[in-house]
Ligand binder design. Sequence first.
Ligand code: MN
Length: 739
Amino acid sequence: MAAVVPLAAEPEPAPDLNAAFASFIRTLGAYLKAEDIAQVEAAYAFSKAAHEGQLRVSGEPYVSHPLAVATILAEWRLDAPALMAAMLHDVVEDTATTKQDIAEKFGKAVADLVDGVSKLDKIAFQTEAHAQGENFRKMLLAMARDVRVILIKLADRLHNMRTISVIAPEKRRRIARETLDIYAPIANRLGLNSIYQELDDLSFYHFYPNRYQVLEKAIKAARGHRREVVGKILDAIKQRLTEADIDAAVTGREKHLYSVYRKMQDKSLTFSEVYDIYGFRIIVKNVSACYLAMGVLHGLYKPIHGKFKDYIAIPKANGYQSLHTTLFGPFGTPVEIQIRTQEMHKIAEAGVAAHWLYKNSEAEAGDMPQKTLQWLQSLLEIQSESGDAVEFLEHIKVDLFPDEVYVFTPKGKILSLPRGATTVDFAYAVHTDVGNHCVGARINHEMAPLRTELKNGDRVEIVTANYAKPNPAWLNYVMTGKARSHIRHHLKTMRYEESAALGERLLNQALRALQTDPADIADACWEKLLREVSGNSKQEILADIGLGKRMNMVVATQLLAAAESGGERKIVQAGAVIIRGTEGMAVQLAKCCWPIPGDPIIGHITKGKGLQIHTHDCPAIASYRDDPDKWLDVEWDPQIKKLFKVNIRLVVANQRGVLAKIAAGIAAAESNIENVSMAEDDGGAYTTMCFVLQVENRIHLANVMRNLRAIPEVVRITRMKSEAARREGDQNAKNRPLA
Ligand code: MN
């Protein structure tokens, strides 16, 4: 290509590596201590050796790239660890060196920075959609944690953009697009003005070479005429300020190329509409001089209404401060004026890097105007009192978006979720059906439980199953309102359906007790009943029975009364309600006695809570055991195949390895341990252990207990079925689960 990017450093001839290194070291001499420089030199030597034999596409030795990146960072006056990390930033990715090697050789701080940069490199910008740009930028910033990681990454990108001409056109376009969408806006956001403009213009040049050249030509042509006008206005402004006794530096300024282009595009303006605006910058001593200068200039040219902006009182999000105003110039063209102090100017030009750039010169970090730093304080948690540079840097941790976490879908889309969100939130964010049927997740290709908290950059894939349903326990760890409301809604519907199913069984039992075959109850009877009790539907009445809001016997009697006129009834056997253990929330196994199949059981209807199943001998119900109205005959389904919780207590001799023996005995009987807790070891000869086990039924439990009795150290075994057991059971839940 004939054209040379005007902004790019001269690519040919290849700069001499030694000369480049020598000039880099000279730069360091201006602000680093000798021992720090020695460290940076060591990192350079290490990088050079590691990249030995590798070449850049341009044919230069590879190490010229990290050296150039470190040189850019040295211009921003970054500290030694950042420069060392810049030297080493491609070593882990491209050579046999590991993070561990770097940590051992150069310390953990440097290794962490290198690791941070590699992590950013790994999350490839996967989507074409520009709409994802904002989320992607946030994800990068959120992942970087340390602001130096972003600065290294930006310097890396800047050098790559400066030397991109040698790369194949298609790849060049892709990288330029990515720079426009992601990296230039980040530089802008951090207030790194000159880097922002250079990244913009380089990307523009490589993405739209023709448009760039046309615009460049137009600007060159316009400049001649402009220079004259600019000179006249400049003189007028200077003179007026001198007359008013305001000490000021006045300069003309020009928009960068891409911003001219973007303004033409965004606002559908012609080139001259955008370009024939004259911009001036006035730098004064202090804030009051800013306002004074503004008043003076408003006397020189008439201000355009509505164009005055006070970013001194209300700084921009990136810390930028200035007064802006637009005046009617001498030739009827608008004149844009920015007025600010030297401090504000530094931050406007160098943004976040201003801290390093100016720390060693006249201004200490603590001297910077508080308002200017407000954004930094919230973003970077600056310990401003701390004069110690090292401590200062350590505290600059970026958490730009403390309330959000950004994750990928399998297709590369980025979702933003609240911090602390789990895979269940993610599943509902993808789709309600996915949420309602999720059973697990793969995070970064590894299986993970549903309650796993998501981290920035995770790639999440939800595993679903048709049979799966929302679980009330999910409500304990979902963060999003969407997940919460869907789970609640589903549970409510589910509960209603399950209650109706139970209600039907309870009603049928009552009908049989009244010597009636439930199949003989005609629809007409139901209609009559609904009219009498002003119910809405049969389903509703059944759900009411299941929930204990209506008595089954009462409804059965009402139905029979309604049927009185119609036909004869078959005599049938009244039976117990069969408990299958799969009734869901409508039937609950009481937590006081933990019934399992094989235990004689009894049912108790609690208003609004459905049917509670207790063992016959449950102490919790002893007081109202004799009131027959409250009790229902229930029986276990003989075909039942399900695991039930049971609570047992062991007293064992306090000997080494006894827990392992017990666990083996339980496993040998094919039972699972859900939870175990032990009394504090008080040094005594015996100790008590409580287990929550999963068993199928009493026979299964008997097998487990037989195995345990065979262990010599086990002195006593008790199954817990009392209030005390429940309390201990709750206690167990707080102790360590084995799972
Ligand atoms: Mn690189």
